[in-house]
Ligand binder design. Structure first.
Ligand code: SER
Ligand code: ZN
Length: 504
């Protein structure tokens, strides 16, 4: 695929010897630099050049390897050589136009946009992307390759749209008798156990609901995490942009975060007009406020594992610490759900324990089996739920916006969802079951992204999301709010219930 790049190098002065100075150096330097970048993969050449005063315009063409890869070397070597021969420096460079070609399987159904100046055409299975006005920094940071990858990704996404996420049933629990048919959130609202929160998608849990949520947490710890040797860690509640860039969340789900901003200052004088307005109007002067806080600089926790990986970043784990098994239950997850909210099971703020494990592939496969056994014990013996497991599109692909074309046969890396039947939603066959838990092996995606190393060999990681509101909703949806209908094992942990305040 042919490529064509026009660059302008700004010289510190026009060479006294004019084009002769350039003629002596540029063709040789360009040929050598291009050859180095291309290395037998097609051809590349300096197609033409022209000196206009202090501006040296040159055009590079190539058949395969993209020629911008040689541009910085040409600039650097010309700078050295021209400095020696004519005492002229190369100040900077820019690329007014760069046309790149790449194969395209299918013509786009809709226009494809890019956030930088460009012109894109697709004809006869060839995409031709012209990038305009690229700065030296853009070349240095390799925007051209990223722009082509992004166009290719957007084209793939168009042909992928509408395809279902994958889902394969792995196992099912025995069928259970349902003790309830109501939506548990409605039932709790009716008894004033919960109140819809003061801000969107959040709930206030009164003593009973809170107690039950904490019972779920206790069960998860005593029946799953403690027996398997997990240790608790406490992580900060805000996720930095740097972390989310490394995990891919920032490009995958930017519309699902609650962004955190900081005040520009805490000097009361700067806030005086704001406070005065509040005192006079008893309203929030939002425009005034917007001017007093900075742009978002972090997000409120979206998932806990990214910050746990950050904790381990750049570190080498001793053999004896593997597999590393930790969990966080401190950070509370916030997700902007928009239209998807429903009751306690789909909320903008939820409490989750997130176990994270790092080890060799074999260690993690073994641990996954142990976790499955312990979870099965909780759901079968204590909560007596009707539930099933499914192999699904991995959470880390969904959250980073990667396309999961089809599942691979081996089922080593990926996500297992645990789903519970919610009778209030309809029949077992037709209704949507609630994903109340997941269990994943991520492979080396995050250990690589955060440079987490072992003394020898490759390290993998994984995590599991224990959604406490989801456990509670699944349980109450099947067993009801009346404690007499609860399984004995659960009664032993959960009773007595705290009393609720009586509201008159
Ligand atoms: N990090 C995983 C997820 O977001 C587990 O909680 O689903
Ligand atoms: Zn995770």
């Amino acid at each position: 695929m042919p490529h064509r790049l026009t660059a302008i190098l700004s010289l510190s002065a026009a060479p006294a010897r004019g084009e002769t100075a350039i003629e002596e150096l540029l063709p040789r330097i360009a040929a050598e630099s291009l050859e180095r970048a291309v290395r037998n993969r097609g051809r590349a050449e300096l197609a033409r050049w022209k000196l206009h005063g202090v501006e040296l315009e040159l055009e590079l063409t190539s058949t395969e390897v993209r020629p911008h890869q040689a541009l910085l070397a040409i600039q650097r070597r010309l700078q050295e050589a021209l400095g020696k021969s004519d005492k002229v420096g190369v100040r900077s460079l820019r690329v007014p136009s760069y046309t790149l070609e790449f194969p395209v399987e299918k013509a786009p159904e809709r226009p494809v946009g890019l956030p930088i100046p460009h012109h894109l055409t697709v004809e006869h299975k060839v995409g031709r992307l012209e990038l305009r006005d690229l700065s030296e920094e853009a070349i240095r940071d390799n925007w051209p390759d990223r722009a082509v990858s992004l166009v290719e990704e957007k084209l793939r996404r168009q042909s992928y749209e509408g395809k279902e996420q994958y889902w394969t049933l792995l196992g099912e629990s025995p069928r259970r008798e349902m003790r309830a048919a109501e939506d548990p959130t409605e039932a709790m609202l009716a008894r004033a156990w919960v109140r819809s929160g003061p801000t969107k998608g959040k709930w206030f849990l009164g003593p009973r609901a809170a107690h039950l949520l904490k019972v779920m947490e206790k069960i998860a710890r005593t029946e799953v995490l403690d027996p398997l040797g997990f240790s608790e860690v406490v992580q900060p509640h805000h996720d930095s942009f740097d972390i989310l860039l490394r995990t891919g969340h920032l490009e995958g789900v930017p519309g699902e975060f609650y962004y955190v901003t900081e005040p520009k200052t805490r000097d009361p004088a700067a806030w005086e007009r704001f406070t005065d307005l509040v005192k006079i109007t008893r309203r929030v002067p939002t425009e005034e406020l917007a001017a007093l806080v900075g742009p978002p600089a972090a997000v409120s926790c979206y998932a806990q594992c990214p910050t746990i990986y950050w904790w381990l970043s750049g570190r080498t784990l001793a053999e004896e610490s593997l597999p590393l098994k930790v969990y966080d239950r401190t950070a509370i997850s916030n997700r902007y759900e928009s239209g998807g909210r429903h009751g306690l099971e789909r909320v903008d703020e939820f409490h989750r324990i997130e176990p994270v494990y790092v080890g060799t592939k074999e260690q993690l496969l073994e641990l996954r089996e142990r976790l499955r056994e312990r979870y099965a014990h909780v759901f079968n013996d204590l909560l007596e739920l009707e539930w099933r497991t499914a192999w699904v599109t991995p959470f880390y692909m969904q959250q980073s916006g990667e396309l999961a074309e089809e599942e691979s046969g081996e089922r080593v890396r990926g996500t297992i969802d645990f789903e519970a039947y919610l009778p209030y939603r309809g029949t077992r066959e037709k209704s949507e079951w609630l994903e109340f838990q997941n269990l994943s092996i991520v492979g080396d995606k995050y250990t690589k992204a955060f440079t987490i190393k072992a003394q020898r060999g490759e390290l993998w990681s994984g995590c599991s999301g224990i959604g406490l509101e989801r456990w509670l909703t699944a349980f109450l949806a099947q067993k009801g709010l009346d404690e007499a209908g609860w399984p004995e094992g659960f009664q032993r942990v959960a009773l007595p219930l705290p009393s609720e305040p009586r509201f008159l």
